[in-house]
Design a binder for this molecule. Structure first.
Ligand SMILES: C[S@@+](CC[C@H](N)C(=O)[O-])C[C@H]1O[C@@H](n2cnc3c(N)ncnc32)[C@H](O)[C@@H]1O
Length: 240
């Protein structure tokens, strides 16, 4: 896929994966996160979750938001760059310097590899700290072949929630809470994406057309099959 065409589609989206402020509030609320918590937003994308993270940890919360892709960091900086409650860093999330009371990682931990990501983030948690992350999973043991093939092409290590939880526990965490992200969280991503596709269609060159077609196909796959795959949002505590 042409990288510049990919970012032409993605550069102005409010977020880069499924999620809503309500999901942040749920995760930090069920875990009883305290005001003033030190938060890491790992793989923050354009920064959509910074506001609800600050809200959930107010007063006194601080968010360190780290992201490798410069245009996403710049987008987050346009909104948060002058806010003393937020530190924006363009770097690998593995390099973030803790400790953190909360690590929030929406749809990004798998870039490190799930096992490695859990181990790396464990090392950045303050005692009693929480790791909250969303991860693409199959909701059924035997997903339809087109679903399995499409998702495995993007994420070969994808598995069921049961497999995810086995890895979580093997990496030394206990699950404080877990839920599947609801449809509204996916619409918060695919709605603006589909609007942007419609805007870019007119005048798109072949490289951009290929990117728009692929994004449309991805959204259509989810709409037709969201009973068979989704994002599990897990709230974890490291076992002592
Ligand atoms: C699916 S997007 C989710 C972005 C954001 N959390 C959101 O929900 O809008 C995953 C993000 O992780 C970033 N990313 C990938 N690997 C990373 C790494 N090693 N360190 C920091 N960010 C990374 C990508 O550039 C991308 O912005």
């Amino acid at each position: 896929m042409d990288v510049s065409a990919f970012f032409e589609l993605h550069k102005d989206l409010p977020r880069e994966g499924p999620g809503r402020p309500e999901d942040v509030a749920w995760a930090l609320g069920v875990a009883g996160v305290k005001p003033g918590a030190r938060v890491l937003d790992a793989g923050c994308g354009p920064g959509a979750d910074i506001a609800p993270l600050l809200l959930a940890t107010a007063p006194g919360g601080h968010v360190t938001a780290i992201e490798t892709h410069a245009p996403f960091v710049e987008r987050a900086a346009r909104r948060w760059g002058r806010d003393s409650r937020v530190t924006l860093i363009q770097d690998d999330m593995a390099a973030a310097e803790g400790p953190f009371d909360v690590i929030w990682c929406a749809g990004a931990l798998y870039f490190l590899g799930l096992r490695a990501g859990l181990e790396i983030m464990r090392g950045k948690l303050a005692p009693g700290g929480l790791l909250c992350f969303s991860e693409l999973v199959f909701r059924v043991p035997q997903p339809p072949a087109p679903v399995r093939e499409a998702l495995e092409a993007e994420y070969p290590a994808i598995g069921t929630v049961g497999r995810l939880n086995g890895i979580i526990e093997a990496e030394g965490f206990e699950i404080a809470a877990q839920k599947m992200l609801p449809r509204a969280s996916w619409e918060a991503y695919y709605g603006p994406l589909e609007q942007h596709i419609a805007t870019l269609r007119a005048g798109a060159d072949p490289a951009l057309c290929a990117v728009l077609d692929a994004a449309e196909a991805e959204a259509a796959l989810w709409r037709a099959n969201n009973d068979t795959f989704g994002y599990a949002l897990s709230v974890l505590r490291a076992r002592p």
